[in-house]
Design a protein around this ligand. Sequence first.
Ligand SMILES: C[S@@+](CC[C@H](N)C(=O)[O-])C[C@H]1O[C@@H](n2cnc3c(N)ncnc32)[C@H](O)[C@@H]1O
Length: 271
Amino acid sequence: MTGSAPDDGAPQGGRYGETVFPPGQAGEAERVDFGALAYDDITMTRLRALGVGPGWRCLDLGAGTGTVSRRLLNEARVDSVLAVDRDVRFLAERPAPGLDVLETDITAPGFAPGRFRLIHARFVLMHLPEHERLITTLAELLEPGGVLVLSDAVDLTSDRTPATPYTTTMRAMWHGLKATIGTDVSWVPSYPHLLRGAGLVPVAAEIHVPPLTPGSPISRFWADTWERSRAAMLATGLVDDAAIGTALQYLESDDCAALSAGMLTAWGWKK
Ligand SMILES: C[S@@+](CC[C@H](N)C(=O)[O-])C[C@H]1O[C@@H](n2cnc3c(N)ncnc32)[C@H](O)[C@@H]1O
């Protein structure tokens, strides 16, 4: 393999859901659900610990297949959830009492669907170059006493990480997604600082790393994500088809000895 990852620059492939991860592609809901299976319990434990429950009006941004939205209603017994996505086909397929659905782009000027006690977005802002502006906007949409809870991926590889097929392929994925749709996880560890900068206080954060074991939801999520972003990964020059194939086999074997990307969840309160 030769070549190097492209430098930072304008994304070449439109936005999330256009050239990469289009919702109309067979199996996309299942891919999102593998991520949900890996992380929903962690998300719900955090939301419950923050006090989310009866009486709360909630906004779930980039709600995907709506697993968190529905669990907020069915398990946390919140009053209502407005689930927003730029494509709501998966939400429409799985309605629930108390679940309102809005199809819109959250980066659109004037996006202001109301005031909420909980505003939640998971694996959404990392795909949006406007994330800093959005954090400010979302903080303004909180009721006094409300909480903004944002989760995104953190890449835990470093220059010292052993060069396994997994590491090389993950690196190609992050570079490829950045070049095509602008996905950027490098700023995610700055979340507490960004929330504080948006006027929220106090703020805090935690990271969860699901174990990469063969057949686990997170392993299947990465395998599926690599397949769907294969063209972007190949375009980096960091991997070829054979290298991706080796990484897929590695992920499903007992030889796999790697750390998944983690999920950083940060939250901040509106006084
Ligand atoms: C990786 S999925 C995460 C889904 C869900 N939050 C979860 O964690 O299971 C990202 C979701 O954000 C939505 N999305 C991406 N950009 C968006 C935008 N600008 N406005 C609204 N939704 C967006 C996508 O359509 C997709 O459903």
